[in-house]
Ligand binder design. Structure first.
Ligand SMILES: NC(=O)c1ccc[n+]([C@@H]2O[C@H](COP(=O)([O-])OP(=O)(O)OC[C@H]3O[C@@H](n4cnc5c(N)ncnc54)[C@H](OP(=O)(O)O)[C@@H]3O)[C@@H](O)[C@H]2O)c1
Length: 220
């Protein structure tokens, strides 16, 4: 089995890569810090994705930022800075969309192939009871829409494809260092095994959906 893990340098991306390798998958990792694969740069995504050949049983997109380097998610509307918001959208929404442009070519047509993109429960509009984190929430809500649309499009040409957004839980990575708060956290290894267990059970009927680390559907 072949997997392409994008954001393989991250806390969750590296744990996913390692578990797949332990399970004897052939894993190709792509990341900004190791390969110069910058999702905020369309030419970089185009170059990195065009280099990939053959098909993958799993394309796992694990890139994302909570805020630009040195910044923080907004506590209130008054804290919104347009450049910071644009950066969060560029990495969390447009980057994965540019990757998804290549999904049809890289997924098998004659068997099941999964595209899983890390979203976040805080991107759920229905679940948003406390406000704040405007850019991050908006970037993940928009990502969910793109994943849903991609699933529809892929389903036409790749009947056995599964394309989903996943919420990993609150995971102990550099991402949550300052923000885990009162949430129960899990190590990245545990998050990876939870997510891979969910992915294993997904069928084409699940395609286009938003699921958490336990396989429960998350409200849009
Ligand atoms: N941790 C949590 O509790 C949690 C909860 C909900 C959702 N998520 C989502 O899970 C995903 C992964 O989070 P994580 O906890 O593993 O965070 P992390 O350890 O900070 O990893 C983030 C990854 O994103 C990559 N990245 C950032 N900017 C990039 C860019 N411009 N181009 C390419 N790659 C870029 C990083 O690559 P480099 O380091 O190589 O630059 C790294 O691989 C994110 O989408 C996040 O929103 C995490």
């Amino acid at each position: 089995m072949r997997a392409l893990v994008i954001g393989a340098s991250g806390g969750i991306g590296s744990a996913i890569s390692q578990q797949l390798q332990r399970d004897r998958w052939d894993v190709t990792g792509l990341s900004r810090s190791v390969d110069g694969f910058d999702v905020a740069n369309a030419a970089s995504v185009e170059r990195g994705m065009t280099l990939q050949s053959g098909t993958f049983d799993l394309i796992f997109v694990a890139v994302g930022i909570l805020a630009p380097l040195g910044g923080a998610p907004e506590k209130a509307l008054s804290a919104i800075k347009p450049d910071d918001m644009a950066r969060v959208l560029a990495v969390n929404t447009i980057g994965p969309a540019l990757i998804l442009r290549h999904a049809a070519r890289l997924l098998p047509k004659d068997k099941r192939g999964v595209v899983a993109t890390l979203s976040a429960r805080v991107g759920s509009i229905g679940d948003n009871k406390i406000g704040g984190w405007h850019s991050y929430r908006a970037s993940k809500a928009a990502l969910n829409q793109i994943v849903h649309g991609a699933a529809i499009e892929l389903g036409r040409s790749h009947k056995q494809s599964v394309c989903v957004s996943l919420h990993p839980g609150t995971v102990e990575t550099s991402f949550t260092q300052n923000y885990a708060g009162r949430h129960k956290t899990v190590p990245a290894t545990e998050a990876a095994s939870n997510l891979l267990a969910v992915i294993e059970k997904l069928t084409p009927e699940h395609s286009g959906g938003f699921y958490d680390y336990a396989g429960q559907e998350v409200v849009w």
